[in-house]
Design a protein around this ligand. Sequence first.
Ligand code: NAD
Length: 264
Amino acid sequence: MSDLLADRTTVVTGGASGIGRAIATGCAEAGADVVVADVSEEPREGGTPTHEKIRAETDADADYVACDVTSAADLREAVAAAEAFGGVDVMVNNAGIVRLESFLEVSEDDYETVMGVNAKGVFFGAQAAARAMVEDEREGAIVNMSSIAGLEGAGDYVTYSGSKGAVRLMTYAQADALAGTGIRVNAVHPGPVSTELMREDLSAGGTDAEDAFEAGVPVGRMGRPEDIANATVFLASDMASFVNGASLVVDGGMYSTRGTVLTD
Ligand code: NAD
C-alpha cells in the first residue's frame, strides 16, 4: 500500500474477521506491526488467521491476543501485547455486533450484550490505549468504529443504532479529553459492507440484507472491507495530522442521500 504507518504498532479489536481483518492487513501493508485482539482467532469467513496471513504476506510482524472487549482488563492486556513491537501507536476499536430486533421485544440482556461490545468495548479500548500512550509520552491515533446507523435512528436495530451513536459522541469527547497530548481520536462510519455481520447476522430475520442495502448505495455496490481499511489507515497516519474529533462517513453516499433504513 505505502509506508504511511512505517515503524508504528497497531492494535485492532475484532481483527480476526471482516472489516477488522482488512484493517489489520491494511495497517501491515502500510508498514505497521499488528496485534489482532479478538475473541476468536479464526476468521468468521474462513481462511488463515489474520496474524498468520500478515506474517506470510507482508514485511510486518503480527500476533494474536485473545481479547473480549467487554472486559477492560482484556483490553489492557491487548494494549500491553503491543509492547513486544515497541508499544501502541494506533488503536482501532473495531469489534462490534449487530442484532436485527423489534424495539418492543428487546430484553435487558440483549441491550447489555450489544452495548457491552459496541459502546463499552470502544470506551475502554480507547482508554487503555490512551493511558499507554500518555505514559510513554507517545503521540498516537485512536480510530473508533461507528456506523451510518450511529448518525440517525435505525428502527430495525435500535440498540445497535444507540450504541453506534454513543461511539460517535464518545469519540468527540475523547478527542477533547486528550487535547494537548498529541493523541488524535476519530470515528469511521461505514455504510453496508460485505462481511459475515451483514451476511449472517443482519440476514438472520430472513431478509437478504445485502440485497436490501445494495439498492440504497448511490455508487451502485456494497462496501468492501478494504474501503473501510483505507479510510482507517488514512486517519491513523500523519496524512491526517489535522483531523481530530471527526466522523468520517465511508458509505458510497448512502447516508447523505437515502439514510440507513434496511426494510421499508
Ligand atoms: P464481523 O462480524 O465480520 O467481524 C467482527 C469481529 O469482531 C469478529 O472477528 C468477532 O469475533 C469480533 N468480536 C465480536 N465480539 C467481540 C468481543 N466481545 N471482543 C472481541 N472481538 C469481538 O463484523 P464486521 O462487519 O467486520 O464489523 C466490524 C465493525 O464494523 C463493527 O463494529 C460493526 O458494527 C461495524 N460496521 C459494519 C458494517 C457492515 O456493513 N459490515 C457497517 C457499519 C459498521
